[in-house]
Structure formats: structure tokens, C-alpha cells
Design a protein around this ligand. Structure first.
Ligand code: ADP
Ligand code: MG
Length: 376
């Protein structure tokens, strides 16, 4: 079966022009808009109040795979839960296709939730139901006729690659297979938005890779907007178009994955990026790194090359034209969003005229440079 036929057209989730007079699609192209969303949990027992979200503002483009990365307790799950109204903002608003989720009455909220699928770290399957019946559940709940359910579920089972597990129970499945059931169930009602809360965190690296590839394929086939939260930068690197970094309930950085990897601004973002791009300094250098030059020492530079640009000719040109020695300390070439992406960490004489000239020459080759610090 052609999987495209499984999702003929994206259907509007909330705004039906017939009844609301509003366009079903936000003219900005945003599927979800967070507008100064804050969420406080009140003090309870002896525990203090918590500000889980603090004025979160950003857009999730329709059809994108947008990642939200942060450490444990940063507010990721809370942010995700404001999208389907499981958590209500204390202030601010979440808009889906131009409609404020907080303004919906219970019936409209139920309708909204039918248009939003969700997958979880621990799959949340019903152990007493087979693969088929787990996937059928949301359709049963929405009163879909039996024949339609059967056709739809079989289509989904095919899509996620579980045709030989139709009658199996969750206990008979591997983690990756369970998550495939979770994904199929989340897609059953043809949602326009799919939310993923650490969906691969309980899986081994190879299975993680397969599940991420499946999500990417589903996004390409159906145009479903995917919002995934994770604490692992490699997940972002593997499938996301855009990324927002959350810390202490605030979005500290946001942009295209390529941009954020090439030019991470916040310290936390740098740490996340360094965890996967190999731009971490060799330990021995990191221990000696100073903010200011110390006499006749060396400057440590990061050179980022992206797209078609390559470093090799630049390094030799720099070395020749400035008549300096350049030591390569570490380097790695990678692909992000299908584009080549590399990091080179070098050291060279710590003179301002040298580092300025290096930055200028590198820039003329389309490369980004950054002085990480100085060693004596
Ligand atoms: P993450 O998913 O990034 O680990 P969460 O969104 O789950 O973070 O939690 C953010 C903060 O809000 C944490 O300090 C957490 O303890 C707190 N929190 C989350 N849910 C509740 C709740 N229902 N009641 C009180 N505090 C909560
Ligand atoms: Mg969480």
C-alpha cells in the first residue's frame, strides 16, 4: 500500500471556518505559537512553589520537526503538556492554528486532542490488548465504525513495520516494537501534530536510530508537525529542523538546528553541542585554558565549516599568508540535516593581529571562527 494514501490531507484540528469564521491555518505558517507562556505550581505540604515555565515565546513551524532540549527538570514535559491542554498556563497562551487552547470548552478541547498524537518514553500500552487493539483504541473512543477501524489499523501496522505482530501482546514485543505500536496509535486519528516526550530515551542506540528514522519518514510522508522533547543532543541532530533550548523554564536559545550547531550562544547549548560534534576541547587543553592571553602563549580557536566549505585549503592558506604555525588539536566531520558539518580546534600564536586576520580570512571562505581561550 502507498503510505501516502493513509494521510490524504492534513485536517484542521480546531478551527473550522464554517463554525468559527477563522482560517484553519495560521497565516504565519506556525502550527503552534507559545506566547509568553508561564506555568507555576503552587507550594504544597512543605514544598515550595515551582516556576516550571517562565515566559516561553516561540513558534513551531507547520510541518517541521522541532526539538526542545533541556536537562531534567528544565520544564520540557510541562511545556509539551500545555500544547494539548493537559497543563494550563498560569499566564500567556498557546495557540494552535491560531486558536488559543485555553479558550476551548471541554468539547472543543476533546476535539483538539483528537488532532494531537502523543508518544511516551515508556510507551503507555495496554498490556491486556494486542498490537491491533492498542492501535485501534483511539478510533474506538472516537466512535469510528468497525470496518473503518480495521482498514485504518492495518494501514498503520504496515506503515510502522509490524505486519507480523498484529496479534501479539505488549509483553511479547521488544522496546522498539512497543514504540512502533505507540507511534501507530498516536497516528490513528490522523493528527496534524505529534508530540514526543523522550520517546527514545528507554531504547538502545540502534533502536533509537530506527525509531527516529521512522518519525522522520512519517513527517515527510504526511506533513505532520512533530514536537519532540529530549535531553540528548544526538536526537536533535538526527531528525530535527529546529531546536529550542530550555533551562529553568526559559527558552535560552532557539533556531534552525544547523545554525544552533554552528553558532551555539548560551553556555548550556555549547555543552549540548559539544556532546555530539566533537568540538569539546581535549581535556589537557581545557584544563589550561584561560580567558585572557598570558604573554607569549597560544590562542585556541574553533573553526566551523559548513555546507560545501572545507577547512584544509584555508588552514594552509592561513599558515602561508600569516607565516604562522597552526596546530590542529582536534577535529571531526559530521552531517547535520544532511549537510556536511565540521569542527576543527586549532592553536596559533596569541596575537590580536593574527586572530583577527584568521577570522577575516576564514570568513572570506564562508567559515565561522571563535576564540575559545588562551593557553600559556
Ligand atoms: P522536564 O520534563 O524537563 O524534566 P518537567 O516539566 O517535568 O521537567 O518539570 C519542570 C519543573 O516543574 C520541575 O521542577 C518539576 O518538579 C515541576 N513540576 C512538574 N509537574 C509538577 C506538578 N504537577 N506539580 C508540582 N511541580 C511540578
Ligand atoms: Mg520530562
Amino acid at each position: 500500500m502507498n503510505a501516502l494514501t493513509a494521510f490524504p490531507h492534513p485536517v484542521p484540528i480546531v478551527a473550522d471556518p464554517e463554525t468559527t469564521g477563522r482560517p484553519a491555518t495560521d497565516p504565519t505558517g506556525a502550527a503552534i505559537r507559545f506566547r509568553a507562556v508561564s506555568k507555576a505550581f503552587a507550594a504544597k505540604g512543605g514544598d515550595p512553589a515551582v516556576t516550571a515555565l517562565d515566559a516561553v515565546t516561540f513558534d513551531v513551524p507547520a510541518g517541521s520537526i522541532t526539538g526542545i532540549i533541556g536537562r531534567s527538570g528544565a520544564g520540557k514535559s510541562t511545556l509539551l503538556r500545555t500544547i494539548n491542554g493537559l497543563d494550563r498556563p498560569t499566564s500567556g497562551a498557546v495557540e494552535i492554528d491560531g486558536t488559543d487552547v485555553g479558550s476551548l470548552d471541554p468539547a472543543a478541547l476533546r476535539n483538539l486532542r483528537r488532532g494531537i498524537g502523543m508518544i511516551f518514553q515508556h510507551f503507555n500500552l495496554l498490556s491486556s490488548r494486542t498490537v491491533f487493539d492498542n492501535i485501534a483504541l483511539p478510533l474506538e473512543l472516537s466512535g469510528t465504525p468497525r470496518a473503518e477501524i480495521t482498514a485504518r489499523v492495518d494501514e498503520l501496522i504496515e506503515l510502522v513495520g509490524l505486519a507480523d505482530k498484529r496479534g501479539r501482546y505488549p509483553v511479547e514485543l521488544s522496546g522498539g516494537q512497543k514504540q512502533r505500536v505507540g507511534i501507530a496509535r498516536a497516528l490513528a486519528t490522523r493528527p496534524r501534530i505529534l508530540l514526543s516526550d523522550e520517546a527514545t530515551s528507554a531504547l538502545d542506540p540502534e533502536t533509537t536510530h530506527q525509531i527516529l528514522a521512522l518519525l522522520k519518514r512519517i513527517n515527510a510522508l504526511t506533513g505532520v508537525t512533530i514536537v519532540l522533547i529530549t535531553h540528548e543532543m544526538h536526537v536533535i541532530k538526527e531528525i530535527c529542523d529546529r531546536v529550542a533550548v530550555i533551562e529553568g523554564g526559559r527558552i535560552i536559545e532557539e533556531g534552525s538546528v544547523y545554525e544552533v550547531f554552528a553558532r551555539p550562544q548560551a553556555e548550556t547549548t555549547r555543552t549540548f553541542v559539544a556532546s555530539v560534534t566533537g568540538n569539546a576541547l581535549p581535556r589537557e587543553i581545557a584544563a589550561r585554558l584561560r580567558r585572557e592571553p598570558a604573554g607569549a602563549g597560544e590562542a585556541v580557536l574553533r573553526i566551523v565549516f559548513t555546507g560545501e566549505h572545507a577547512t584544509a585549503p584555508v588552514i594552509s592558506r592561513l599558515s602561508r599568508s600569516l607565516d604562522i604555525d597552526i596546530n590542529v588539536l582536534s577535529g571531526q566531520v559530521d552531517a547535520i540535516g544532511g549537510q556536511p558539518f565540521g569542527n576543527l580546534i586549532v592553536s596559533l600564536p596569541a596575537r590580536r593581529d593574527v586572530t583577527d586576520a584568521v577570522a577575516a580570512i576564514a570568513a572570506s571562505h564562508g567559515l565561522h571562527t571563535e576564540v575559545l581561550g588562551y593557553v600559556a
